[in-house]
Design a protein. Structure first.
Length: 400
């Protein structure tokens, strides 16, 4: 930044890094009252945006004249403005175009590419996101902002693509970058995804629980991650109240987590057999889903599958689960396709075996799902009983 932050400005930035958004907003306003410093203005805008107050954040950022900014400050201003446009204002195309036009004015585009990586991931292109992120992380001029965005996007993209080995390392890079606080949930989702499929459900649940705090929206997103692990365990009754709270809290924000919360809630309610409630949650998920949450298109299809199952329409349920697996496969999300095929088998799909084999993922969950699919295809009751015991022994207590 061209000017060092004041004491209040530094405290505001620290609060933002901890995702204590209320404190960050209050301290940033105090800093701006002392001096109209760009650093305090950016902290205030991010604190407002992350609380779901996108129009207020946009107004704060609109008071800056980009033509008067040096390149470093231009990047610092462009990133939160684009992020706010993408998520909170629900204008992903405008945000991407804005970032690309800004990129053309810069000598170094590393930090811009880091955010474009996150945009690509959320728009349903994890392979493109990973390519951008790897370029950023290999760049000698990548600053902490670039590393934070790129490493967190790479962690989640890698996990959903079924590449589990680098996830913890990437998450550690994102955490070490320390910017910004809410990116911790993106990298953590990559970690819990990998842990769940590798069979370490206790580790996944512990990690997710550690992210649940009293601050909004950290509490809601943390609970969503806990609930996702609980659904993998088969603990639907425990997941539902967490998802209800998360979906309600996130509904007033523009986060991609919001549609995902409704998707998972619809799945859980469908598994409970609550057809009407599942349909309501599904409707809310569909109305909030768009380009910024396209990464979670397979979860939306699974929400439809379990809603159909709750209506006892098994043919439509299996068809929707197959579509979830196809959508995940088209997007390169092999790990998500595996979870979709597992649900398809649970719903009675006797043709899932080839799909599981085609994914070529070697993990605990893949082996269990393959055994399950083969036993169902063969109509082998003894084998199904054995599969159920193996699921339970590995922590997926009610996953059949």
């Amino acid at each position: 930044m061209s000017e060092p932050p004041s004491t209040a400005g530094a405290a505001a930035a620290d609060a933002l890094g901890r995702a204590d958004l209320g404190a960050a907003e209050e301290l940033a306003r105090a800093a701006l009252a002392e001096r109209d410093a760009l650093s305090a203005r950016l902290t205030l805008a991010q604190a407002l945006a992350w609380q779901g107050r996108g129009h207020e954040a946009d107004a704060v950022l609109a008071e800056v004249d980009p033509a008067a900014l040096a390149e470093t400050d231009l990047i610092a201003w462009a990133l939160p403005r684009a992020a706010n446009q993408f998520w909170m204002l629900d204008e992903p195309e405008r945000a991407t175009a804005f970032l690309r036009s800004t990129r053309a004015r810069l000598r170094s585009a590393t930090t811009i590419d880091a955010l474009l990586s996150t945009f690509a991931m959320n728009a349903g292109s994890p392979q493109r996101a990973l390519e951008l992120a790897e370029t950023v992380l290999a760049a000698p001029d990548a600053d902490h902002r670039a590393i934070g965005w790129a490493a967190s996007a790479a962690a989640l993209s890698s996990a959903r693509m079924g590449r589990f080995a680098p996830v913890d390392r990437l998450a550690a890079q994102a955490i070490a970058a320390g910017n910004p606080g809410l990116l911790r949930f993106t990298s953590a989702f990559g970690q819990t995804t990998a842990l769940v499929l590798d069979g370490d459900l206790d580790g996944a649940e512990k990690l997710a629980h550690a992210l649940v705090s009293d601050a909004h929206p950290a509490r809601a997103i943390g609970q969503l991650l806990v609930a996702d692990v609980l659904l993998a365990r088969g603990c639907v009754d425990e997941a539902v109240p967490l998802l209800r709270e998360s979906a309600k809290a996130l509904a007033v924000t523009g986060y991609s987590w919001g549609p995902l919360a409704w998707m998972l809630l619809a799945q859980a309610l469908g598994q409970q057999g609550l057809a009407v409630d599942a349909a309501k949650a599904l409707s809310r998920a569909e109305s909030r889903h768009g380009l910024k949450s396209m990464l979670f298109a397979p979860e939306l299809a699974l929400a439809r599958a379990w809603t159909c199952a709750a209506r006892r329409d098994n043919v439509a349920a299996v068809a929707a689960a197959r579509e979830a697996a196809r959508a995940a496969t088209r997007g390169g999300q092999s790990a998500v396709a595996l979870r979709a095929l597992h649900d398809a088998v649970r719903l009675g799909d006797t043709r899932a075996t080839d799909g599981v084999l085609a994914l070529d993922i070697d993990c605990m969950f893949a082996r269990l799902t393959l055994d399950h699919a083969r036993a169902l295809k063969d109509g082998d009751e003894i084998a199904l009983a054995s599969v159920a015991k193996n699921y339970s022994r590995c922590g997926y207590s009610r996953a059949i």
